[in-house]
Design a binder for this molecule. Structure first.
Ligand code: NAG
Ligand code: NAG
Length: 409
């Protein structure tokens, strides 16, 4: 099984190679992720197929935002290090807890299609439903007879694998898509399942047949809807509990959603054990740094842990001195401004915090650097930078957006 995902590419056992150095200086916090740059222009379609996605915040469980993200990080790490023999016991001990922050797309399944609300996930690749509303069997449903089960950081599902027609958008109706139909799911209250848009390798061995399952992106390409297996992701900062302000683009990028040029770095293929790894993940909300790097960030910023939210918090005076966090990806430096490092203050109470506090979205990964997964750039990073996962050319790209420097929070 391949490792984690939508790799920003910084290295993981299977998508290895790049060097990454993360140094946090005394007053200026600087996290430099050095990658080999490769500027390969991507074909931009005249009319890419786009699909809106929504963010919803709904804290009902007892776990904090940080605990939920850490549970996922632990599962991603276990999976990336499992070399095909994923030890479920490594993650099943994590209590199932609901997502708290959902990024969902509405996807049609069947003929005629029934709409399901699915979590958009670049860190997993099985598409499945049935956690919320039940699967509606139609004329295009075909039961493969195979069982399926997938474990995530803070939840899991098991059920039966079907082939069915999946409607992502009016111009993108995929036939014979392999989908899981859950008979039991935990950790997915409020959603119906997952739209898995990560690498196909992550599906291998998830069904009783043992085969690898083409993802919706693979099938969209195989069935001629898109010229290249490319997914663009646009997201924007928000201070609303619930908003549809994201956009998934299949087969290209949406140039109206970014400024400047896209800069690509390859997803690599060798893995010196001494290298470190990081990923960009839509299933993670925060920006997580390895514990040792986080400790340096903490001493540079003066932030202290807040037990109610799990997040770091700073005083107004510390915020006034907060420096940007710089990510050097390839030859390009991406600046996560001080504002971008804040949890939106208007949403403090929605995550169990105090209205007047200033919380940071940079948090503890839960393990030290050098263990194969050293940071995760979650959705709070993607609120500031456009992201492209280019399966065809084995690369990922980033670009600044109109919101990179926005003083939203
Ligand atoms: C889907 O499967 C059916 C039945 O095997 C087949 O007739 C049809 O051509 C397939 N469609 C695609 C797009 O592969
Ligand atoms: C929040 O989640 C709970 C439990 O899943 C659900 O009952 C409630 O309707 C949700 N609230 C919103 C606003 O979605």
């Amino acid at each position: 099984m391949t490792p984690a995902l939508l790799v920003i590419n910084l290295q993981s056992p299977a998508y290895p190679h790049t060097m990454h150095t993360c140094t946090i200086f005394a007053l200026i916090s600087l996290c430099a992720l050095s990658l080999t740059a490769r500027a390969i222009p991507l074909v931009v379609r005249d009319s890419p197929v786009t699909l809106p996605f929504a963010r919803r915040l709904n804290f009902t469980g007892s776990a904090t935002l940080l605990e939920i993200d850490q549970a996922r990080a632990k599962a991603l790490k276990a999976r990336s290090q499992s070399q095909g023999k994923f030890d479920k016991s490594a993650v099943i001990s994590v209590p199932a807890t609901n997502q708290a922050v959902d990024y969902t797309v509405s996807v049609g399944v069947g003929t005629p299609p029934t709409q399901y609300s699915l979590l958009m996930d670049t860190g997993s690749s099985n598409t499945w439903l049935g956690a919320g509303q039940s699967y509606v069997v139609t004329s295009s449903s075909h039961d493969t007879g195979e069982a399926v089960d997938v474990f995530y950081g803070s939840g899991f599902f098991f059920g039966e694998e079907y082939l069915d027609t999946v409607t992502l958008a009016s111009g993108l109706v995929i036939e014979n898509q392999s989908i899981g139909v859950s008979s039991f799911a935990e950790g997915f209250d409020g959603v119906d399942g997952i739209l898995g848009i990560g690498p196909q390798d992550l599906t291998c061995g998830t069904t009783s047949g043992g085969e690898c399952i083409p993802t919706v992106v693979d099938n969209a390409f195989l069935q001629g809807f898109i010229n290249e297996e490319v997914v663009g992701i646009s997201f924007e900062p928000t201070t609303s509990l619930s908003i549809t302000n994201g956009e998934l683009t299949f087969g290209g990028t949406d140039s109206s959603k970014f400024t400047g040029s896209l800069n690509f770095v390859p997803i690599t293929t060798t893995s010196p054990a001494s290298d470190t790894a990081g990923i960009t993940d839509t299933g993670t909300t925060l920006v997580l740094l390895a514990s040792d790097a986080l400790a340096r960030y903490q001493s540079a910023t003066g932030a202290v842990a807040d037990s109610n939210t799990g997040l770091l918090k700073i005083t107004s005076a510390q915020f006034a001195n907060l420096q940007s966090l710089f990510f050097n990806i390839g030859d390009v430096t991406y600046e996560l401004t001080s504002n971008a490092q804040l949890w939106p203050r208007a949403l403090n109470t929605a995550i169990g915090g105090t209205a007047d506090n200033i919380y940071l979205i940079v948090g503890d990964l839960g393990s030290d650097s050098g263990e194969g997964l050293d940071f995760i750039n979650g959705m709070t990073f993607l609120e500031r930078f456009y992201f492209v996962y280019d399966v065809t050319n084995s690369q990922v790209g980033f670009a600044t957006t109109a919101f990179t420097d926005a003083t939203t929070n």
